[in-house]
Ligand binder design. Sequence first.
Ligand code: GDP
Ligand code: MG
Length: 330
Amino acid sequence: MNLPSIEKILTGDRLALSKAITLVESTRTDDRKQAEMLLDKLIGHSGKSIRIGISGVPGVGKSTFIEALGMYLVQQGHKIAVLAVDPSSNKGKGSILGDKTRMEALSAERSAFIRPSPSSGSLGGVAARTRECILLCEAAGYDIIIVETVGVGQSEIAVSGMVDFFLLLMLAGAGDELQGIKRGIMEMADLIVVNKADGENEISANAARQAYARALHLFSAKESGWTPKVLTCSALHNTGIEEIASVINNYRLHSESSGFFADNRRKQDVEWFESLYQEMIGKMLLENITVQNTYKNCINDLKEGQLTPGSAAAKMRFEIEKILNKTIQR
Ligand SMILES: Nc1nc2c(ncn2[C@@H]2O[C@H](COP(=O)(O)OP(=O)(O)O)[C@@H](O)[C@H]2O)c(=O)[nH]1
Ligand SMILES: [Mg+2]
């Protein structure tokens, strides 16, 4: 694949951005090298955005909500990029596939860019690529990046590690357990929004808002010093959206002035590096022929009852240490 033009990405050319994302999503080794080169050149132009994670169970109204919020922000003069993390979509479980049709108005906007997630891969892999896609979108001038994820647990944790602000969409009238939202996920939220507060659902939505507000009081204070908020909205009827945008803006002002915004991004970078580093070390060792052979021997010996698991592990350790020592002496 030939490298997408840096100049074109920087001027906001959508085709160049799409190409760059495709390159970043590729798992081929040569593409990977090119993707890293590209990202290195663009990194200095990225970062000037607010990254918002939006999560909630399938059917809560994420796509409808992102369309409503996105349209509002576009009207305010922002450029919005919407990315999705959905490692389950290839199993037909997630609901992100087909979202583009639901975000019809937003996807027709010149100031909006919507990109569904890669449809396969491990959560770690998908999340790593989403991080890189964020950087690309920022370099292309998008100042609000929305990362959507399905509320299944693991993907929220991955997403909260790559965004500045985490918004959790909920429904009234269904217990937390029914919604599959674990306490830990609620604890990560900077804002909980009870959606579908319309028609006869409005009263119960308000009751749910109060109940969530009480529940949030019981959680320990956030590192950011920010007090999480709870609001209601109707994504379908476009009510409550402006207030949500204003809370997000207040969060930004609050965390920028305290220094948390920048500190948190550096912390996220370190965590990202650590996970890449560990993955790389593991891969390098697993690919080593001597390690592979020792491993196979260990498995055989274990199956024949010739070795205990502890001494098998010790054998592996000895082999790996030999390899490392050889590398140092070289
Ligand atoms: N009444 C009502 N329905 C909504 C609202 N937001 C979304 N929906 C409906 O809920 C269903 C699921 O919405 P969708 O955005 O696809 O949810 P997602 O799976 O979380 O992305 C659709 O039929 C929407 O029209 C809302 O605010 N009020
Ligand atoms: Mg959806």
